[in-house]
Every structure is written in structure tokens, then in C-alpha cells.
Write a protein that binds this ligand. Structure first.
Ligand code: BG6
Length: 462
């Protein structure tokens, strides 16, 4: 197998502020900080967001390492809770501005395109306590924070992202009690999802107004797409898969790329009396907010069947569909997630055919592995051939998709250096570079060297 990508293809990795910066400088409390302070036992080995890759201190050295691995692009996020010193007045913190400015400038002078995300699950606790994005006041604060980011860093950063995986806090915070505040309330989940979409749209519109004369400035969103495959061709299974797809993929995909909401989803929610409260200008804002590009985080598809039992109790999406375990699925034994690279091709064709072939890139893809120390060679380097195979297979399908007309311009792996993750902390390691938690030493894994060779070898994979 020989595949080749364009010379200007984006190669790089992604992380987020809360997962990499560490406990330095001043910061307001996010839901994650608050959660850890109150329930450390929820976190793997009781390690919270205070222990990370400490990028706040080490970014300069890390960018040198990134250059060594031939990155031409990289995504991270600004922490709302770091940038804004006073959440009431939206007053920024000069120390935080200086840190982000220096970090982004170093990337730029190293010829690494920096993609900056404004929100990676890190709602300030003070705002979550008044309803998060359910509350229009919080949306206004978010827009004010975004405008400060554009004004402060717009000269250094060309590529912006409003939200990373906006559906995840809806599921994790509002439906399945996975992340703080661990609510289980479908109606509130819908309101928060609506508020998130409105916040996204207002930020996109503000951005386009600010940078209308500069075609280099672009804004998009990062969505985790999980195509839903029905168990069978039976109408009930097919309908269940469609409903799962509407809720977990199409709501944000249609809302951000087309500026519309699917009428089928509106009908479903209306039938349950679960339509969100809509403010006078919301629909107009959403319709006008066309993104310039899309980021797709792809890990695994969803396998869906019709509900197997009569649903009782307060409404949950499970009234409409149930998960099922496809017997033929290949599983990453460490993370329990299915490995199905061909789905990346299917996503690409969907974007080509149904979303006006919007320019997009793979903004996250990766393999989480626990206890990776087992795979060291004599010199101590992690031999992560499983990760190399994982990447190769995904790139194979991506390359076929590009041949078939997909408008994909890059591939970012999750992640550069093993980083802290929500609740799972350092359980699943994803990095091209290993982090020694004791010493903070970094050591490139075999996969990091492999990817560097791909890029050096004219973007060609054997
Ligand atoms: C992605 C998120 O979906 O999954 C990241 O964007 C997260 O923030 C990653 O760290 C891995 O998650 P986990 O739970 O396997 O550590």
C-alpha cells in the first residue's frame, strides 16, 4: 500500500488548555476544577487537572520538539477561566494575555499554524451555577470573552474554533452524569444544546464582522461525528439509528454548516414538549453564521438498534434508540472503543454530498492505551506499533476519500504529549510523545518518529 498526501496537507496534533497547561498563574474555577476539588475520587488515581503536561512552563521546549517531529499545524484552546480575571465584568488578565501571546507567537515563528479553540468543556463554575449555556446571560459573557480573544490574538492566530465537541458536555453534564454538574434532565440538555449553538453562531458572526476584510482569518467548529449504523434493515432499527444520528450528529452539523435544524428533529422534540426556549434573534443568528471550515474528531461509530424494552420514567434519548454490540466489531481493548477506520471515508462522503463539500480536516483521531510502559524496548522507548497501524488504517481511508473528492486538508492526532483527560486523567495515553509524570521528561514514542518520517518522506506512506 502506497499513499500520498498533498504537499500542503496539515500534519499535527491537538490538545486543550485545561488538559495541558497545568496549575500555574491565576485562574478562575472551571467545572472540572470544582468537580476535582469536591469529588477527587471520581478521577483515575485521584489525579485532577492540577497535574498536566505543564505546558504553561514548558511550551517553548515543547514547540521545539514539535518542530523536530515536523508538525506544520497544532490545535490548543484558551481557557476562559484563565483569560478572564473578572467574570462579572469580562475583564481580562494581563498575565494570561502575555502567556497566550507568547505561546502563539512561538508557534507562528516556528512555522506551525496555530488553531485556537475557545471552549473545550471548561465552563466557569460561576456560570454553570446559573445554568451555563441554558442562560442567555452566559451566552453574552461567552461572546464578550471570544471578542477579547480575537482582539488580543487576531494578529497571530489565523484559524479559530468556537467549540470542541459541543455535544459532549450535553451528554456528559446533562444526560449521563459523567461530568460535573452531573445532571440528568433531557429538557435542560436540549436548552443547553440550543444555547451552545446560539453562542457558536453569535461568535462566528462577531468574528466575520471583525475580520471581514481579511480572507486569511477563518473560523470553524470541531464536531465529534459518530455515524449511527443500524443493527438490521428492519424499519425500527433504521429509524432508531436515524434518530440517534439526528440528536448526536445532525443537530450541531446542520446548525453550524447549513445554519438550519432538521425538521424531523424539531417534530420529535415538539411531540415530547421538549422544544427549547428560543430568543427573538436566535434563528437569524444561526442562519447567518456560516463557518469557513469544519474540524472532525473521529474515534468510533455508534451501533444502534430499536429500543428493546418499553421505556419508562422521565424522557431520555433512549426512548428512541438503544446501543448494541455488533459481534464483528474490533475493539481497542484499553479504551473499549470500536476501531472502524472505514467510517472516516463514510463521514467524508457525507460531507461531500450533503454539506456542500465544506473544507474540513481531521481535528482528532487517536488510540488511547493504558499502561504503555509495558511496550518499551531495551533503550526505554515505547514501541507503539499498534498506534502506527491505527493511524495508517485511518489515513488509508482518508486518502481514498480525498481521491473520491473529499475536501479534506489535514490530519491532527490526539495528542502531542500524553495529556490529562476528564475523569480518566492519565489512564489512557494517546501521545506521540511520552510524559513521565514524576520528572516531567518527554520522550518521543516510535509513532512520533514514524509520523515524522511520513512527513519528511514527502507525505508518503508505504
Ligand atoms: C476526545 C476529547 O473526545 O477524547 C479529549 O476531545 C479527550 O478532550 C479525548 O481527552 C480522550 O478521552 P479519554 O477519556 O479516552 O481520555
Amino acid at each position: 500500500m502506497k499513499i500520498q498526501f498533498n504537499p500542503d496537507f496539515w500534519w499535527g496534533t491537538a490538545t486543550s488548555g485545561p488538559q495541558s497547561e497545568g496549575n500555574f498563574g491565576k485562574k478562575q474555577m472551571s467545572i472540572m476544577d470544582y468537580w476535582f476539588e469536591n469529588k477527587p475520587e471520581d478521577f483515575f488515581n485521584q489525579v485532577g487537572p492540577t497535574i498536566t503536561t505543564a505546558v504553561y512552563k514548558h511550551y517553548s521546549k515543547d514547540i521545539e520538539l514539535m518542530k523536530g517531529l515536523k508538525h506544520n499545524s497544532f490545535r490548543t484552546s484558551i481557557q476562559w477561566t484563565r483569560l478572564i480575571a473578572d467574570l462579572e465584568t469580562n475583564k481580562p488578565d494581563p498575565e494570561a494575555i502575555a502567556f497566550y501571546r507568547s505561546y502563539f507567537e512561538k508557534l507562528k515563528t516556528s512555522h506551525i499554524k496555530v488553531v485556537v479553540n475557545l471552549f473545550h468543556f471548561d465552563m466557569p463554575i460561576a456560570f454553570q451555577n446559573i445554568g451555563g449555556f441554558e442562560n442567555p446571560k452566559v451566552i453574552d459573557h461567552f461572546v464578550a470573552y471570544a471578542k477579547i480573544c480575537f482582539q488580543e490574538f487576531g494578529d497571530v492566530v489565523d484559524y479559530w474554533i468556537t467549540f470542541n465537541e459541543p455535544i459532549v458536555p450535553i451528554e456528559a453534564c446533562y444526560l449521563y452524569k459523567l461530568y460535573w454538574p452531573k445532571i440528568c434532565d433531557f429538557k435542560r440538555a436540549i436548552q443547553a444544546a440550543w444555547g451552545t449553538l446560539v453562542a457558536h453562531a453569535k461568535v462566528v458572526n462577531a468574528f466575520h464582522l471583525l475580520f471581514q476584510s481579511d480572507p486569511h482569518k477563518q473560523i470553524g467548529v470541531v464536531l465529534n461525528l459518530t455515524p449511527a449504523y443500524p443493527k438490521s434493515d428492519n424499519q425500527a432499527d433504521v429509524q432508531a439509528a436515524q434518530r440517534r444520528d439526528l440528536m448526536f450528529n445532525r443537530f450541531f452539523l446542520d446548525g453550524t454548516v447549513k445554519g438550519t435544524i432538521s425538521p424531523e428533529l424539531v417534530d420529535l422534540l415538539e411531540a415530547e414538549g421538549h422544544l427549547p426556549k428560543v430568543q427573538p434573534n436566535d434563528l437569524k443568528q444561526i442562519a447567518e453564521a456560516k463557518i469557513d471550515f469544519l474540524g472532525v474528531n473521529y474515534y468510533q461509530p455508534a451501533r444502534i438498534q430499536a429500543p428493546t424494552e418499553i421505556f419508562e420514567g422521565p424522557l431520555m434519548p433512549e426512548k428512541w434508540f438503544a446501543n448494541y454490540e455488533w459481534p464483528e466489531r474490533r475493539i481497542n481493548p484499553h479504551r473499549g472503543w470500536e476501531i472502524h477506520p472505514k467510517t472516516l471515508y463514510n463521514i467524508a462522503m457525507d460531507l461531500k454530498e450533503n454539506y456542500n463539500n465544506i473544507p474540513w480536516f481531521v481535528s482528532e483521531n487517536g488510540m488511547g492505551v493504558s499502561d504503555e510502559g509495558r511496550f518499551r524496548n531495551e533503550s526505554g522507548q515505547i514501541q507503539d506499533d499498534y498506534r502506527i497501524d491505527f493511524i495508517k488504517e485511518h489515513l488509508y481511508w482518508l486518502h481514498l476519500a480525498i481521491k473520491d473528492g473529499a475536501n479534506c486538508f489535514g490530519y491532527h492526532l490526539w495528542t502531542f504529549i500524553d495529556c490529562w483527560s476528564w475523569a480518566n486523567a492519565f489512564k489512557n495515553r494517546y501521545g506521540l510523545v511520552e510524559l513521565d509524570l514524576e520528572t516531567q521528561n518527554r520522550r518521543t514514542k516510535k509513532s512520533g518518529e514514524w509520523l515524522r518520517n511520513v512527513i519528511e518522506n514527502n507525505n508518503q506512506i508505504e
